[in-house]
Ligand binder design. Structure first.
Ligand code: IPM
Ligand code: MN
Length: 356
């Protein structure tokens, strides 16, 4: 199979972890006789520095033309404490999601058994947890009108959803539930928020097309609590953009670390595959970032965009084998991990490569 893959490292540890993700794709290509052709593009702070624009047209064009995008992270601490900055790295990410129509963000929360003790949640609560989040990615308060009034003393962000936006993400989630435990939990705040009332109404309607899937509606505050109390009760979860952002960071602790969680953003065109973690400038350049989320994102890319199931499983198994052999990056090590088993980004990458 011949495919064009665009590598978009972005900022901070995005550079370090996508380098490992790319090597994994290379190894898969060599092993299975595929030809992957790579190009690179700028986004985020790196793009602002080079061009003044967090998503230059050239990058967007390359994304649209490629068969899949392996994405790193965006962000830079210099903007975090400067609310007045007009041009921000995150704008590049949001524009990419909108322009590529990436309305469905899949965030699988799967715990590798070897990492049971890496989580701060008790092992007996965690064991067997396996959740697939569908976060809506191109609507909600993220993309509504925002601004200031009253001489800047009042600020507003409008949360907005249209029926078709809820329908299409709900359908994706129901379809996935069908192939898994046949349980879907739709999360909203319909007791307070109007967009949530529309959300619930639409999900109830779509549910009629999937009588074989058991549906539950939850308020987001209850979900936040239940994820920690009893993560095993969840199978597929579908929710709006902002709730999904927050709940999946929380749920990453079920998998031991943000450094383990991959995601797939899909729509009608090119899919984008990225870790759920950020640019992590506190550890950038130290060579200690966990590349597994990027490697597992590459696995999702192979499976979802290219339909290469066997290749994808090969990558996931390699990660599993590395964990079984006792190797850890700092974020997933615990007090029982021997010092010599704690590896940096490249070294653990080599362990993964050697097991493919
Ligand atoms: C994520 C990130 C982004 C988001 C930020 C960087 C804009 O937190 O992908 O989860 O909020 O969507
Ligand atoms: Mn987030």
């Amino acid at each position: 199979m011949k495919k064009n893959i665009l590598i978009v490292p972005g900022d901070g540890i995005g550079q370090e972890v996508t380098a490992v993700g790319k090597k994994v794709l290379d190894k898969i290509a060599a092993k299975y006789g595929h030809e992957f052709v790579y190009d690179e593009a700028l986004i985020g702070h790196a793009a602002i520095e080079a061009t003044g624009n967090p998503l230059p047209d050239e990058s967007l064009e390359k994304m649209k033309k490629s068969d899949a995008v392996l994405f790193g992270a965006v962000g830079h601490p210099k903007y975090d404490n400067d609310p007045s900055a007009k041009v921000r790295p995150e704008q590049g990410l949001l524009k990419m999601r909108k322009e590529l129509g990436l309305y469905a963000n899949l965030r699988p929360i799967k715990l590798f058994d070897e990492l049971l003790s890496a989580s701060s949640i008790k092992p007996e609560i965690l064991k067997g947890a396996d959740i697939l989040f569908f976060r809506e990615l191109t609507g909600d308060i993220y993309f509504g009108e925002k601004g200031r009034k009253d001489n800047g003393d009042t600020a507003y962000d409008i949360a907005q959803y249209s029926r078709y936006e809820v329908e299409r993400i709900a359908r994706k989630a129901f379809e996935a539930a069908r192939t898994r435990g046949k349980k879907l939990c739709s999360v909203d705040k319909a007791n307070v928020i109007e967009t949530s009332r529309l959300w619930r109404e639409v999900v109830q309607q779509v549910a009629k097309e999937y009588p074989d899937v058991q549906v539950e509606h939850q308020f987001v505050d209850a979900t936040a609590m239940l994820l920690i109390k009893d993560p095993k009760r969840f199978d597929v979860v579908v929710t709006a953009n902002l709730f999904g952002d927050i709940l999946t960071d929380e749920a990453s602790q079920i998998a031991g670390s943000m450094g383990m969680l991959a995601s797939a953003s899909i729509g009608d065109g090119t899919g984008v595959y990225e870790p759920i973690h950020g640019s992590a400038h506190d550890i950038t350049g130290k060579g200690i970032a966990n590349p597994m989320a990027s490697v597992l994102s590459a696995a999702l890319l192979l499976d979802i965009s290219f339909g290469l199931k066997k290749e994808s499983e090969d990558v996931i198994n390699a990660v599993d084998q590395v964990l079984k052999a006792g190797f850890r990056t700092g974020d997933i090590a615990d007090s029982t991990t021997p010092k010599e088993k704690i590896l940096g980004t490249d070294a653990i990458g080599l362990e993964i490569l050697s097991r493919i």
